[in-house]
Ligand binder design. Structure first.
Ligand SMILES: Nc1ncnc2c1ncn2[C@@H]1O[C@H](COP(=O)(O)OP(=O)(O)O)[C@@H](O)[C@H]1O
Ligand SMILES: [Mg+2]
Length: 337
């Protein structure tokens, strides 16, 4: 059986705002990533993707707070570890996170090699500069990046090169899990392709053992990930192998996401361009019952009255809707014709 690299059980985290209000951005999320596998997380802006990524590192600072649940990485439950121990023995080595827009947040006065020194020395302060440089050079070579980049400042690099450099720096300590948050969103199509290619290669070159790739574009995940999880209003609404999530989504929200984007390279040229009307709900006061009901084309009177659980549909699939698979598929067929 494949080894589990990351397991999350029933994780709930919240922001406590200055006005004392709670924002439940990650609501009872469970997931598993096995060795050699990648998980994609999709959902519109504000659905809780980045908060989930931050929460997975087990390193909380206000306004984000841990509420309940477990995070197990490399066999250790990190939710019971002290922040200092997480910083020393988990971040960078077990779990590495590339935040959204990381490449624009690079300190402009620091050369790339100095970022790498910071990352390595945060883990082991006794590492000397010479050995860090040797490690960086060797890693860049394997990852197909020119070693000259190490001596450059961020402004001297193009957008695509900057993003690939950020990725290379994040995986320098060969983490068990890499979380890349919208890594290709701000790039032109050519650079986007190079970033995707690099991410795909990270497991083959042994830099990482597993990956979580976050984007609001569901079809993009089909090219990169084995499984897909769709989030809506802080909750998982669908989990499925990538192909099914993209070509045979069950939840009306996943169906809507699929229809709202066209990615020509992935052979989805004929997808209809239909944005989902409305916006995700305010997570300070999420609606009762199904959180998507307000925007759902297939809504029934019961949807708003009952709390909807994530239903295990077998074949590694789950979805959060009161309608049966059969009813949903018939409704989608009907809508198409
Ligand atoms: N620092 C914060 N304080 C309070 N609420 C926040 C903060 N950051 C994000 N949120 C809220 O948490 C929810 C999830 O946001 P986020 O995780 O950034 O979503 P996504 O990455 O899917 O766009 C949103 O409702 C957002 O307004
Ligand atoms: Mg985000």
């Amino acid at each position: 059986m494949a080894k589990v690299m990351l397991e999350v059980r029933d994780l709930t985290t919240k922001y406590i705002t200055r006005f004392g209000e709670d924002v439940y951005a990650v609501d009872h999320v469970s997931l598993k990533v096995e060795e050699g596998k990648s998980l994609g997380i999709a959902g519109e802006s504000g659905c809780g993707k980045s908060t989930l990524a931050l929460s997975l590192m087990g390193y909380y600072f206000p306004p984000l707070h841990y509420t309940s649940g477990e995070i197990i990485i490399g066999g250790r439950n990190i939710t019971s570890m002290k922040p200092d121990d997480i910083r020393k023995s988990v971040l960078g080595t077990e779990i590495a996170y590339i935040p959204q827009a990381a490449m624009n947040a690079l300190n402009p006065t620091q050369k790339i090699i100095h970022f790498i020194e910071d990352v390595v020395q945060a883990h082991d302060p006794t590492e000397n500069k010479k050995s860090i440089y040797d490690l960086a050079r060797a890693s860049f070579e394997v990852l197909g990046l020119p070693a000259e980049v190490l001596q450059k400042y961020p402004v001297e690099l193009s957008g695509g090169m900057k993003q690939r450099t950020v990725i290379a720096v994040s995986v320098i300590l060969r983490p068990t899990v890499l979380i890349a948050d919208e890594p290709s969103s701000a790039l032109d199509v050519t650079s986007q392709k190079m970033v995707i290619k690099m991410l795909r290669g990270l497991m083959e070159t042994g830099f990482i053992k597993s990956m979580i790739f976050i984007t609001h574009e569901l079809p993009l995940l089909y090219n990169v990930t084995d499984d897909i999880m769709v989030m809506y209003a802080g909750q998982i609404v669908e989990q499925a192998p990538a192909k099914q999530a993209v070509f045979d989504p069950l939840h009306p929200y996943s169906k809507g996401l699929m229809g709202s984007i066209i990615v020509p390279e992935s052979g989805l040229r004929n997808a209809k361009l239909t944005a989902i009307p409305g916006v995700p709900p305010n997570l300070k006061k999420p609606p009762e019952g199904c959180r998507f009901a307000e925007r759902c084309k297939y809504v029934r009177p019961d949807c708003k009255a009952t709390t909807v659980a994530l239903y295990n549909a077998g074949d590694h699939r789950a979805y959060r809707c009161i309608l049966s698979e059969k009813t949903l598929r018939e409704a989608y067929q009907h809508a198409q014709s």
